[in-house]
Design a protein around this ligand. Structure first.
Ligand code: AMO
Length: 420
């Protein structure tokens, strides 16, 4: 059998008989000839045939002669085809996949995600997401981090009790992990530097363009730090690696008409208290989304950076494991990274002694018994450490200029959506 040629390579085979395989992306029937555009994982190839052709999304295999053609996409097309139908669809997609943009509402796209994701633009978005994750992994690997896989069924909430999904675990109360927080800290005791890419779960009551009930968290944690600034430096490298890996996907970026931004060699930072002064909101306890947008605009104008660290959030706004700022204990050694007006990452230095945890839990009225197995690790010697978590769907949506993170999630889970 002739070996399979990918659509993107067709041009290199002019004058030969080849085999291509894929989906009928578009069928155009003219008076005397029918054009079938076949889509595979690399792109599209045009097949010239007679007769009526087959409906879009039919899976076919085509053996034919490659001829140069200025009119065809990619400069060549397949003639004299023998077409085998590998799988005939039983329904037509509710939108045309060959149009440059899907003309359907977001609910229609999400309801039909299995087929909508075949659209070249949507596909390209997820290719960029995948490349970003590969860049995250390779950067942290090169910095001496070890990848871990920790449980997603857990015995206690980590981030706050409020937005946790409870489940029945063989008759016992359990939760879906809101974060690998406790486990990544414990793994610092083993590997010093760890990262994890995995799903996390938030029973988010907010129906917004930036909250999901399940998202992909890119977590890292490292030991032997002096402060959260050491963590921020690692995060900056990870972001640079993610951007470089995304930038290498030139075809996907061209499809999306997007260029990848630069990250400065040092990301500018502003202390929470200074940020509040700048915004004129000193009496408010936290930064609202609108404040984040204004701070990002300020960083772009003042520092030419699309990234901005806000450091030193008030302790009362951070989880109990947060390390206070030794010089100003009402503030914390923590940070958020804003990217194009949105919180993309949260991180910071953690408490690292057993007694500090007992005090922090007591001060917040949290029962130490509920955290007993988490706290155990701190009995056995833990170095000063810290880490961060980056939300992948937010990353992709900001990077690609997509308004709603549901569009950068394959099969989003939110307040209203459990299917498909
Ligand atoms: P935090 O809860 O701030 O921190 O989450 C970290 C990052 O995850 C993303 N994110 C979300 N993305 C989509 N939908 C959601 N509902 C959602 N919630 C959060 C954001 C956010 O910046 N354990 C700490 C991290 C750490 O300190 O290491 C944590 O989970 O991009």
């Amino acid at each position: 059998m002739i070996s399979r040629v990918m659509a993107v390579d067709l041009r290199a085979h002019v004058g030969r008989r080849v085999r291509v395989a894929g989906w009928v992306h578009r069928r155009r029937e003219l008076k005397s000839v029918t054009f079938l555009v076949v889509r595979d994982r690399t792109g599209v190839a045009q097949v010239v045939t007679s007769g009526s052709g087959m409906p879009e999304e039919t899976v076919i295999e085509v053996c034919g002669d490659v001829v140069a053609s200025t009119q065809a996409p990619g400069g060549s097309e397949i003639t004299s085809p023998e077409i085998t139908v590998l799988s005939a669809p039983t329904a037509a997609p509710p939108f045309d996949l060959y149009r440059p943009a899907l003309s359907a509402t977001l609910p229609t796209i999400l309801d039909n995600a299995a087929v909508a994701l075949r659209h070249p633009r949507l596909r390209a978005q997820f290719e960029i997401a995948a490349a970003s994750v590969a860049g995250f992994r390779s950067t942290l690997d090169s910095l001496g981090f070890t990848e871990t896989h920790t449980p997603k069924i857990v015995a206690s909430a980590t981030e706050s009790g409020a937005n946790v999904f409870g489940i029945d675990y063989f008759g016992q109360r359990a939760y879906l992990a809101q974060s690998p927080q406790f486990y990544k800290q414990a793994m610092v005791g083993v590997f010093e530097r760890v990262y994890e890419v995995g799903p996390v779960f938030r029973a988010e009551p907010h129906d917004t363009a930036r909250h999901l009930a399940q998202y992909t968290s890119l977590d890292a944690e490292l030991g032997f730090i002096s402060s959260h600034f050491d963590v921020m430096a690692v995060l900056r490298s990870a972001v640079a690696g993610m951007l470089a890996a995304a930038a290498a996907r030139t075809q996907a970026l061209a499809t999306l008409e997007v260029t990848v931004p630069q990250v400065p060699s040092e990301i500018p930072w502003i202390h929470f208290a200074d940020a509040q002064r700048l915004l004129g909101v000193e009496d408010e306890p936290d930064l609202a989304p609108e404040h984040e947008r204004r701070l990002s605009a300020w960083a772009l104008a003042e520092h030419g950076s699309e990234f901005l660290f806000v450091t030193g959030y008030p302790m009362v706004k951070r989880p109990f494991y947060t390390h206070p700022d030794p010089a100003r204990p009402a503030y914390s050694n923590s940070f958020d990274l804003l990217f194009r007006g949105l919180e993309l990452v949260t991180g910071g230095q953690r408490l690292h002694t057993h007694s500090a945890y007992l005090e922090a839990l007591a001060a917040r009225g949290l029962p130490a018994e509920a955290y007993a197995s988490y706290l155990d690790v701190f009995k056995y010697g833990m170095p000063p450490h810290g880490g961060f978590a980056l939300g992948l769907e937010r990353w992709t949506s900001r990077l690609l200029g997509v308004a709603n993170i549901r569009q950068t999630t394959l099969f989003p889970r939110d307040l209203h959506r459990l299917n498909p």
